[in-house]
Design a protein around this ligand. Structure first.
Ligand code: ADP
Length: 332
């Protein structure tokens, strides 16, 4: 990855996992630790995200500390949401830990919010920060995939497969609520993979139009049951709100709501997520050795790329038009 300026090579890297946990975060932590140590860089794990940075919950890591974790979901160094880090005082305290622990670069494994905080921190205290995208939502610009997305997608698909057994036994519309914050990637892709009748996502049309479309298609093919995936924030109140609207406008349909909730975050990471996390962990350390800062490691066309954090956070990635079209074609 180009010219290596040894002068700036960090002596100690701090690594943390922050925000919503995602399967594959452990695999990324393992890769960061082993890549750093193999480059004679010390690693300090910071527990509970930015909270641990503020509280000084830091532990030097050896290669053994990351043994046997590649297959484990969640994150062994814990994650947390930390409102204090959004304040100047909180970040000042965090910087005191950085100084005290002699950490000279930070790797943040997390999502949009974690990168927003990391970027601010990097600017205020002139500390190199590199982000590794760990979120099931796949909502970061500049990367085709985020760690945890593929696993969550498979989990949702299996849940919908299971639900279909019941759905086909009754004449009902099953509304399945799927996570994703502002993004419909999980919902749309899971809907295609599970052969759902429709996907209701925030990126497309109005909710009423999408419901009409879903029901209309169900009628056209005179199926006796249908499964509709609803992105949690496509409408305020999620799948429950969609059910209410359907009961009011189409009382002839009996609707049932299933909220998959935190089931979607768990489980052993898929092969694809483990490989992605391993590559990204190594690339994050490489980036710091090259004195890159304020960037996120991304994947584009199966190649590792570095994306400015500012772009990764601010720019919105749209859903794939072909996939949206596929959904419509296949649900007739
Ligand atoms: P994710 O990283 O999964 O998007 P969150 O949005 O919960 O998760 O963000 C994780 C943490 O990042 C927050 O608890 C907070 O400590 C930090 N953070 C988020 N937004 C900001 C911000 N605007 N300024 C500073 N820190 C932030």
């Amino acid at each position: 990855m180009g010219y290596i300026n040894m002068e700036f090579k960090p002596k100690t890297i701090g690594v943390l996992t922050s925000g919503g946990d995602a399967p594959g975060m452990n695999a990324a932590l393992r890769a960061v630790t082993r890549a750093a140590i193999s480059n004679d860089i010390k690693v300090k794990a910071i527990y509970r995200g930015y909270k641990g940075l503020i509280d000084g919950e830091v532990k030097p890591f050896t290669t053994q500390d990351v043994s046997g974790i590649i297959q484990r979901g969640g994150t062994i160094i814990k994650s947390a949401r930390c409102p204090e880090f959004t304040t100047k005082e909180g970040r000042q305290q965090a910087y005191e830990t950085i100084q005290c622990e002699e950490i000279d670069a930070l790797i943040v494994i997390g999502g949009d919010g974690s990168f927003t905080g990391g970027r601010l921190f990097a600017q205020e205290y002139n500390i190199p920060v590199v982000g590794i995208p760990g979120t099931i939502d796949n909502d970061l610009w500049g990367t085709d995939a985020t760690i945890g997305y593929d696993t969550a997608l498979n989990t949702i698909m299996h849940c919908v497969d299971t639900l279909r057994d019941t759905a086909t036994s009754h004449e009902r519309v099953f509304l399945v609520e799927v996570m994703g914050r502002d993004a419909g990637f999980l919902t749309l892709n899971a809907a295609i993979a599970a052969g759902a009748e429709a996907a209701i996502i925030p990126e497309r049309a109005t909710i009423i139009e999408q419901i009409e479309e879903a029901i209309g298609q169900g009628k056209r093919k005179s199926k006796n049951s249908s499964i509709v995936l609803v992105q949690e924030h496509a409408i305020e109140g999620g799948a429950q709100a969609v059910a209410k609207m359907m009961e009011e406008t189409h009382p002839e349909f009996s609707t049932r709501v299933t909220i998959l909730g935190h089931l979607q975050r768990g489980g052993s990471p898929s092969a694809s997520d483990r490989i992605l996390a391993s590559r990204m962990g190594i690339a994050a350390v490489q980036a710091l050795i090259e004195d890159q800062r304020n960037i996120m490691v991304g994947l584009q066309d199966d190649e590792i790329v570095y994306v400015p954090l500012s772009k990764a956070i601010k720019q919105k990635k749209d859903i794939n038009a072909d996939k949206w079209a596929a959904m419509q074609i296949l649900s007739i």
